[in-house]
Design a binder for this molecule. Structure first.
Ligand code: SAH
Length: 486
């Protein structure tokens, strides 16, 4: 059977793809249907047909799946932010657990038996909404020419108007409405991507979950805003407002932030504290965890800093990384891809010395400052690429490590970095990953070079989306074990 555009088909959805789409078959021909849920029977219209499969658009759910949930967001289908909000949360967690497992089986070459032995249950959230501490909303015009803000639709830059994203904090709505009103009253125009005209491009809003502090940074195509006093007056009335700034970005680019920030009101940065969590707290399934009493590290976060977006799950993730590191206070630890030193400083309190490596210079400046702020004097930070800094220091200064922690971006670790890690022969490697495909590739390398996968746990940092974070513990095989393998 050949299909062509606009053909209508009815099918049962039997599987879920890695981007969260439903997959159904008609006589062996596969259809990928966005927003269809495994277990649904749906009617879909073909959008793009290939030889053996087609992409189709969900037209009607004929029989809803028992795994369907009522999404809390009204625009979840149009908006590109979430892919699987219509999937019940327990099923989202199963999907993510299986995604990690399948990558480790297929790409990593690990056996079912080993994965059964080392996998711990995925750490989910109690309430899988309102978890993001950071949002960046674009401004533009609707068909009637009115200024709107919201999120981009999937794969395009059409703005789906929405001031109350359900993943973000409740304060976003009030802040966005105040900014839209200010824009109307001051005559400030939204930026237009097509011709580079207009002034206001995006707004970055951040909230320190434990401090309650709010930051607003308007990203503008210029240096100044009309009536800055009016903007400040309306925004500083929002409860918790701590920092109001503008960031200049006059480039014709998709990159949101420019390099220069100017504070209009309040402080240049907000603070937030990340607490250590006990195994009982991690397993409790609770989101509301004690603040003051728990041991924590306080960070200063400026508009340009990288900071994990889900602070509730970040505490659990970092605490797992700390537990997997197995520190007694005597260890030399390397933290590669360390950002502003979040994991490094977490580990430093329990290690002899921590060395961090990160490619962005400003992040390293922040890391050093954060160490000082928390009275940590046993952490040293290097700027540069992990795959260059580590081999160089290994050759010239004969550095060593008892534990190495890595938390690379989606593309994973460079082989030169992995090779030096193997030469340094730490007892344990803790691998934190936001992409289980590159994680599987890197674990395969490490396990072919003297390490054994001991523990692994996925953490759901991004409910409603298909993304999943994983933390693994690898142990150096004993000499005898290594010889047997050779
Ligand atoms: N561990 C930190 C940051 C993780 S994000 C945290 O949890 O907050 C990954 C970091 O790796 C980013 O800060 C990015 O700037 C950095 N990075 C990307 N490529 C790198 C490379 N080749 N060498 C070192 N750092 C790199």
């Amino acid at each position: 059977m050949e299909y062509k555009k606009n053909d209508c088909v009815t099918m049962a959805i039997e599987d879920i793809g890695s981007n969260g789409e439903g997959i159904g078959k008609v006589d062996g021909f596969a259809f990928f249907v966005k927003d269809a849920v495994i277990g649904d029977v749906v009617e879909a219209r073909v959008m793009k047909a290939k030889k053996s499969y087609a992409y189709a658009k969900l037209m009607r759910v004929i029989t809803p799946s028992p795994q369907r949930a009522q999404p809390e967001c009204g625009v979840h289908m149009q908006c590109g932010g979430c892919q699987i909000q219509a999937l019940a949360y327990a099923s989202q967690l199963t999907f993510k657990y299986n995604k990690v497992r399948n990558n480790l089986l297929r790409i990593g070459g690990f056996s079912e038996a080993l994965l059964d032995e080392v996998s711990e249950p995925i750490v989910g959230m109690e309430y899988p909404y309102r978890y993001r501490n950071k949002a960046q909303f674009p401004f533009g015009r609707n068909k009637a020419g009115e200024t709107v803000t919201g999120f981009y639709a999937g794969r395009t830059h059409a703005i789906i108007p929405n001031t109350d994203c359900m993943l973000g904090v409740e304060e976003n709505k009030e802040i966005l409405e105040r900014i839209l009103l200010y824009m109307r009253e001051s005559g400030s125009t939204p930026y237009c991507e097509e011709d580079g005209s207009g002034l206001i491009r995006h707004v970055l809003i951040r909230k320190g979950f434990s401090s309650g502090e709010l930051m607003v940074c308007l990203i503008i195509n210029g240096d100044r805003l009309p009536r800055e006093d009016m903007l400040v007056e309306t925004l500083c009335a929002v409860k918790g407002m701590t920092s109001i700034s503008v960031n200049t970005n006059t480039e014709r680019t998709n990159v949101i932030m420019g390099a220069r920030c100017r504070t209009l009101w309040g402080r240049d940065a907000i603070t937030d504290t990340i607490h250590m969590r006990t195994p009982e707290e991690i397993d409790s399934g609770r989101d509301t965890l004690p603040g003051e009493a728990a041991e924590g590290i306080t960070f200063s976060i400026s508009p340009l800093s990288f900071y994990q977006v889900n602070p509730i799950q970040t505490e659990k993730l970092y605490s797992l990384a700390l537990a997997y590191a197995g520190l007694t206070g005597e260890e030399i630890v390397w933290d590669l891809y360390c950002g502003i030193g979040t994991i490094s400083l977490f580990l430093a309190k329990h290690a002899k010395h921590v060395y961090g490596v990160e490619v962005i210079e400003q992040a390293i400046r922040d890391a050093r400052e954060n160490a000082g702020r928390n009275g940590i004097d046993n952490a040293t930070f290097y700027v540069g690429k992990a795959e260059e800094v580590l081999p160089r220091l290994y050759e010239t200064e004969n550095i060593r490590a008892d534990v190495i922690c890595v938390d690379p971006p989606r593309k994973g670790c460079d082989e030169a970095c992995l090779a030096t890690m193997v030469k340094m022969a730490p007892q344990r490697i803790v691998y934190v990953s936001c992409d289980s495909a590159t994680l599987a590739r890197d674990l395969k390398y490490l396990c072919e070079n003297g390490y054994e996968l001991k523990r692994m746990r996925a953490v759901d940092m991004f409910p409603g989306t298909v993304h999943v974070e994983v933390v693994c513990c690898l142990q150096r095989a004993s000499k005898a074990d290594q010889e047997i393998r050779l």
